[in-house]
Design a protein around this ligand. Structure first.
Ligand code: MG
Length: 204
């Protein structure tokens, strides 16, 4: 199982970090040791003073595929869940400024909390109109809608599979909307797709 992530997939988030809008999806990976499941608490690591939350819709791949055409891409994922792409923003900024890979800022242990429940794709009336949000201590911090993604699910799957074979069980984090920000000790993070709470974890 591998975890692939899309960066810079929402215009307002690109603007808030003053990044350039990419022509093609920006892809990076997290190792399986980044996964944090069953609402286990997130422990702030000692190498960062600026861990940011990034709430994201997550696709679960259900078939192996390579060079997947966009029109067939919807048959390659069967469920959508919710995840947080925790990012050590201070470390990432340092790496970015030197043109170096982001792995350590994005792939550290526990950097990928994932909802236990995934919702079957068939339950969504419109994949281009899925609302999701993150609340911190009960206050809405990030709000997104899949219709605002620069690269939609099919585009992402098709693009990735030109380079990397997708396998059953792989996870794709599809990018974060605006509103990212630091977490602090004692925060309680809750994540929702529509009004269904799928994530609820403590920051320790
Ligand atoms: Mg992200």
């Amino acid at each position: 199982m591998k975890i692939l992530c899309i960066g810079r997939n929402y215009a307002e988030h690109i603007a808030e970090l003053q990044n350039e809008t990419p022509d093609a999806p920006v892809i990076f990976a997290k190792p399986d040791t980044a996964l944090l499941q069953r609402n286990q608490p997130f422990f702030i690591p000692d190498f960062s003073q600026d861990i940011h939350h990034e709430i994201e819709l997550v696709l679960r791949i259900c078939r192996n595929g390579k060079n997947i055409e966009e029109k067939f891409a919807p048959t390659y994922f069967d469920a959508i869940g919710l995840g947080i792409d925790f990012t050590a923003r201070d470390l990432q900024s340092k790496l970015k400024s030197k043109g170096l890979p982001w792995e350590l800022a994005k792939g550290f242990d526990g950097s990928a909390p994932l909802s236990q429940d995934f919702l079957p794709v068939a339950d969504f009336p419109d994949l281009k109109n899925i609302n999701f949000r993150l609340e911190v201590n009960g206050e809405v911090r990030q709000q997104g809608n899949s219709g605002l993604m620069l690269h939609d699910f099919s585009n992402i799957i098709s693009y990735i599979s030109r380079f990397i074979t997708l396998k059953m069980g792989d996870l794709i984090f599809t990018g974060t909307p605006s509103g990212v920000g630091p977490v602090k000790l004692g925060d309680q993070l809750t994540g929702y797709i529509e009004d269904l709470q799928l994530l609820n974890l403590a920051v320790k």
